[in-house]
Design a protein around this ligand. Structure first.
Ligand SMILES: Nc1nc2c(c(=O)[nH]1)N[C@H]1C(S)=C(S)[C@@H](COP(=O)(O)OP(=O)(O)OC[C@H]3O[C@@H](n4cnc5c(=O)[nH]c(N)nc54)[C@H](O)[C@@H]3O)O[C@H]1N2
Ligand SMILES: Nc1nc2c(c(=O)[nH]1)N[C@H]1C(S)=C(S)[C@@H](COP(=O)(O)OP(=O)(O)OC[C@H]3O[C@@H](n4cnc5c(=O)[nH]c(N)nc54)[C@H](O)[C@@H]3O)O[C@H]1N2
Ligand code: SF4
Ligand SMILES: [Mo]
Length: 682
C-alpha cells in the first residue's frame, strides 16, 4: 500500500468555470506539482465550502487518461475521429495558411463557434474575440441557452437583474419556477431549505416531478411551454381580488391597462385547461402570491426553451411588480444577476470590436448551425461557411437537430479547428484538434449569473502535456496571421485587468472573490435600469406580453400530435454539465445509460416496462434509450436526460436528434423543450 505523501502542500484559490449560476470559489490542494484535492472555499458565502458532486471530480477530469495533450491533425475521413500527432508549429502554420487563403476570398466564410465551456472572461471571448474581429469573420449570435429569457428580462426590467440570491433565505413564499435546483443551482437550494425551516412555503412549477419538487410543499406539474398561460391566470386573480400594490404600480411600472385586459380573459378555468392543472390550484397559488410577504420567485432558464419562452418570462417578471414584492429584500424575482456586472466589466476593451474597422460581418445564430453549415451561398445568407473554429463548446452534441449538425460538420470541404480538453463528438470532426488547458492550469477572472461576486482563478499547476490556454492559442495564431496590433501581445493578466478595470486585484488575490457593492433591496423605490426607471409593460419591438403556445403540442399541431403524441423535454442529467463530464467514468457510472422517463400509463399503453430498450423518434430522427417508468413524468410528457455525447449512445445519437431548429419568440433561442415524439420498444 502506498504511504501518504509528506511532501509540502499548497492551496491555490480558483473558481469553477462551468455554466452554472452558482460560480463557486474553490481551493485546490497541490502536492508535488499535482492537484490532489479540490474543495469549496469555506470563506466564500455562497459556496459555503461545498462543491457539487460533478466538480468535486474536476481533478479526475483534468488528469483523465484521454485528456488531449498534443496538437493533432486529421488522417481519417471527416468525422471518423482518427488523428496523428503534429507539432504546434506545424499545426498553427497550416491553420494560419488555410484561414488566410479563405479570408483572402471572403473572411465572412469563417465562423467562430463557442459557448460557455468556461465562463471565464480571459479564456472565453477575450483574445478569441479580438482575433475574429481583426479577421472580419462572421459573428456568432450566442443564443443556445439564455437569450430568450435574457432579452425578455431586459425588455421588462431594462437589464438582466433581480433580487439577491442570499435573501431567498428570508422569504415566506418561494416559487421555484422551471428549475431543478438540486441539480442545477445547488447553492440556491441550500438557501431555500433554510427558508423552509423558518416556515416558508416552497412551490415547484415544473412539468416533471423533480427531486426538487419532492422536497417542496407543493408541485404544480403544468404542461411544457404553458408557463405564460399560468402567469396570466395568476394575474387574473390578482386583478380580480385587487391583490395589487397600487402605489408601487403607479410610481414604478408602466401603464398596466393593456395587461389587465389580457389577464382578465384568463379565468382560472381557462388557465387550468391550457396548463393541464386544476383551477383550484391556480386560485390558491394566486392567493398566496397576493397575500404572503415577502414572496420571491426563482425563475430559471428551464422554462424558456419553448416557442413562447420570452413572453412567458416577461409575464412572470411582472408578477412581483403587481404585488409590490420588490419592496422587500426577500421579495421579487431572480432569473439572472449578470446585468449587475455591466458597470464593472469593460467588454469593449476586452473584445475590441473596434478591430472590425467599420466592417459589419453577417451574424449566424448558433442555434441554427445544423442548417447553416449545410447552406450554399446566397444573397440573403451570404457566403457558404468554409471554416469553423470551435472552442468552449460541443455543438455536435448540444445543438438542436443534431443529425443535421453532424452532417454539416462532416462536410469534406469544411475546414474545422477544435480547441478542446477531450475528443468530443465535435472534436471527431476536426481537421486540427488543439489541446486546451483546464481551469486548474490557466488564469482567469469570472463574473456570475446567480450571485454578484467577482472571482479570480489562479493556475494551480502548469499546463499538462503540450496543452495551452485558449488565449495563448489565439495569440499565436494572430502572430502567424500577421496581426501586429499591440493588443495581441497582451498577457492573460493584462486581459483580466482590462476586463475588470475597477476590481481590486489584491483583494481578489487574498480571498479569491470580491462582492460588488450593491443595494440590498435594489428596486424598493423603483429605479429599474430602463430609460425612465419604470418597469416596461409595453416594450419597444416586443409589445405587451402575451401567451405564445408551443410550436409542437396537442392543441397547436393536432395532426403531428396524432403521430407523435408525447411532449419531450430534455433537462440536464444531475451528474453531467451539459455535455461536459459525460466521459468521466465515476460520473457516467452514476448516470448509467441514456434514459427516457415516462409515466406508467404511457408505458403500459406501449408495452414498455422499466429497463426496456426503446426507440424515441419523430420525423427528424430517432435515438435509442432505456425506459425509466416513473410517476415523475405526467401522462403525455416524457423526459430524455441530456446531454450525452452521441458516440456514447447505443446507436451513436442523443436526444438532440429529435429537437428542431425553430426559434423562440424573443431572443432567437432554441426550443429544446418544445418537441413532440413517440416512444416504442426497440
Ligand atoms: N447538474 C447540472 N447543472 C447544470 C447544468 C447541467 O447540465 N447539469 N446546466 C447548467 C446550465 S447551462 C444552465 S442554463 C442551467 C439551467 O438551469 P435551470 O434552467 O434551472 O436548470 P434545469 O435543471 O435545466 O431546469 C430545468 C427544469 O425545467 C423544467 N422544465 C422543462 N420545461 C419546462 C416548462 O415548459 N416549464 C417549466 N416551468 N419547467 C420546465 C425541467 O423539467 C427541469 O426540471 O443549469 C446549469 N447547471
Ligand atoms: N436537448 C438539450 N440540449 C441542450 C440543453 C438541454 O437542456 N437539452 N441545454 C442547452 C444549454 S442550456 C447549453 S448552455 C448548451 C451548452 O453547450 P456547450 O456550451 O457546448 O457546453 P458543453 O456541452 O458543456 O461543452 C463545453 C465544451 O467546452 C470544453 N471546454 C471547457 N473549458 C474549456 C477551455 O478552457 N478551453 C477549451 N478550448 N474548451 C473548453 C469542454 O471540454 C466541453 O466539451 O447546451 C444546450 N443543449
Ligand atoms: S457546477 Fe455549479 S455548483 Fe458545481 S462547483 Fe461549479 S459553480 Fe458550484
Ligand atoms: Mo445553459
Amino acid at each position: 500500500m502506498a504511504e501518504p505523501s509528506t511532501a509540502p502542500i499548497r492551496l491555490v484559490r480558483g473558481a469553477c468555470p462551468h455554466d452554472c449560476p452558482d460560480t463557486c470559489s474553490w481551493l485546490a490542494t497541490v502536492q508535488e506539482g499535482r492537484v490532489v484535492h479540490l474543495q469549496g472555499n469555506p470563506s466564500h458565502p455562497s459556496t459555503h465550502g461545498a462543491l457539487c458532486t460533478k466538480v468535486s471530480r474536476y481533478a479526475e477530469r483534468t488528469y483523465h487518461d484521454e485528456r488531449l495533450l498534443h496538437p493533432m491533425r486529421r488522417v481519417g475521413r471527416k468525422g471518423e475521429g482518427r488523428f496523428e500527432r503534429v507539432s504546434w508549429d506545424a499545426a498553427l502554420d497550416d491553420i494560419a495558411r488555410r484561414l488566410s487563403a479563405i479570408a483572402a476570398r471572403d473572411p465572412e466564410s469563417i465562423l467562430p463557434y463557442s459557448y460557455a465551456g468556461t465562463m471565464g472572461l480571459v479564456q472565453g471571448e477575450g483574445m478569441a474575440a479580438r482575433f475574429f474581429h481583426r479577421l472580419g469573420a462572421s459573428r456568432l449570435d450566442r443564443t443556445i441557452c439564455a437569450s430568450a429569457g435574457g432579452e425578455a428580462l431586459a425588455a421588462t426590467y431594462g437589464a438582466k437583474v433581480g433580487m439577491h440570491m442570499r435573501f431567498f433565505a428570508e422569504s415566506r413564499l418561494i416559487l421555484i419556477w422551471g428549475s431543478n435546483s438540486i441539480t442545477s443551482n445547488l447553492h440556491f437550494w441550500t438557501l431555500a431549505q433554510q427558508a423552509k425551516r423558518d416556515g416558508a412555503k416552497l412551490v415547484c412549477i415544473d412539468p416533471r416531478r423533480t427531486e426538487t419538487a419532492d422536497k417542496c410543499h407543493q408541485h404544480i406539474g403544468l404542461l411544457p411551454g404553458t408557463d405564460g398561460a399560468l402567469a396570466l391566470g395568476l394575474m387574473h386573480e390578482l386583478f380580480a381580488h385587487d391583490w395589487l400594490d397600487h402605489d408601487y404600480l403607479q410610481r414604478h411600472v408602466g401603464d398596466i391597462t393593456p395587461l389587465r385586459e389580457r389577464a382578465l380573459a384568463w379565468t382560472p378555468e381557462r388557465t387550468a385547461a391550457e396548463c393541464g392543472i386544476d383551477a383550484a390550484t391556480v386560485r390558491a397559488l394566486a392567493r398566496e402570491l397576493g397575500t404572503l410577504s415577502p414572496a420571491a420567485i426563482r425563475l430559471n432558464y428551464g422554462m424558456q426553451r419553448a416557442r413562447g419562452g420570452g413572453n412567458a418570462v416577461r409575464l412572470i417578471a411582472l408578477l412581483p411588480c403587481l404585488t409590490g414584492a420588490w419592496r422587500h429584500r426577500a421579495g421579487g424575482l431572480l432569473l439572472s444577476s449578470s446585468g449587475w456586472f455591466r458597470d464593472v466589466k469593460d467588454t469593449a476593451a476586452l473584445e475590441r470590436p473596434d478591430l472590425l474597422a467599420g466592417r459589419r460581418p453577417r451574424i449566424i445564430n448558433m442555434s441554427t448551425i445544423g442548417d447553416d453549415l449545410l447552406r450554399e451561398s446566397d444573397p440573403a445568407f451570404g457566403p457558404k461557411v468554409q471554416a469553423v473554429i470551435v472552442y468552449n463548446s460541443n455543438p455536435v452534441a448540444v445543438a438542436p437537430q443534431s443529425r443535421r449538425v453532424a452532417a454539416g460538420f462532416a462536410r469534406e470541404d469544411l475546414f474545422t479547428v477544435v480547441l478542446e480538453h477531450f475528443q468530443t463528438d465535435t472534436a471527431d470532426h476536426a481537421d486540427y484538434l488543439l489541446p486546451a488547458t483546464t481551469q486548474l492550469e490557466h488564469l482567469d477572472v469570472h463574473t456570475a449569473y446567480g450571485h454578484t461576486d467577482v472571482l479570480l482563478n489562479e493556475p494551480a499547476v502548469p499546463p499538462l502535456g503540450e496543452s495551452l490556454p485558449n488565449s495563448e492559442i489565439f495569440r499565436r495564431l494572430a502572430t502567424r496571421m500577421g496581426f501586429d496590433e499591440p493588443c495581441f501581445a497582451d498577457s492573460d493578466e493584462q486581459l483580466a485587468r482590462t476586463a475588470l478595470p475597477s476590481i481590486d486585484v489584491e483583494l481578489l488575490r487574498r480571498q479569491g472573490y470580491a462582492p460588488l457593492p450593491l443595494a440590498e433591496v435594489p428596486f424598493a423605490q423603483g429605479g429599474f435600469p430602463t430609460a425612465d426607471g419604470r418597469v416596461r409593460i409595453d416594450a419597444p419591438g416586443v409589445g405587451v406580453p402575451d401567451y405564445v403556445p408551443n410550436y409542437e403540442s396537442r392543441s397547436a399541431t393536432p395532426e403531428l400530435a396524432a403521430r407523435f403524441p408525447l411532449a419531450m423535454i430534455s433537462p440536464p442529467a444531475r451528474h453531467f454539465l451539459n455535455s461536459s463530464f459525460v466521459n468521466v467514468m465515476s460520473l457516467r457510472a452514476i448516470e448509467g445509460r441514456p434514459t427516457i422517463e415516462l409515466n406508467p400509463q404511457d408505458a403500459a399503453a406501449r408495452g414498455i416496462a422499466e429497463g426496456t430498450e426503446v426507440r424515441v423518434f419523430n420525423d427528424r430522427g430517432s435515438t435509442l434509450c432505456q425506459a425509466q417508468v416513473s410517476e415523475r413524468a405526467r401522462p403525455g410528457v416524457v423526459h430524455g436526460f441530456g446531454v450525452w455525447w452521441r458516440k456514447f449512445g447505443a446507436d451513436g445519437t442523443n436526444v438532440n436528434e429529435l429537437t428542431h431548429q425553430r426559434l423562440t419568440d424573443i431572443g432567437r433561442g432554441p426550443c429544446f423543450y418544445d418537441c413532440l415524439v413517440e416512444v416504442a420498444a426497440a
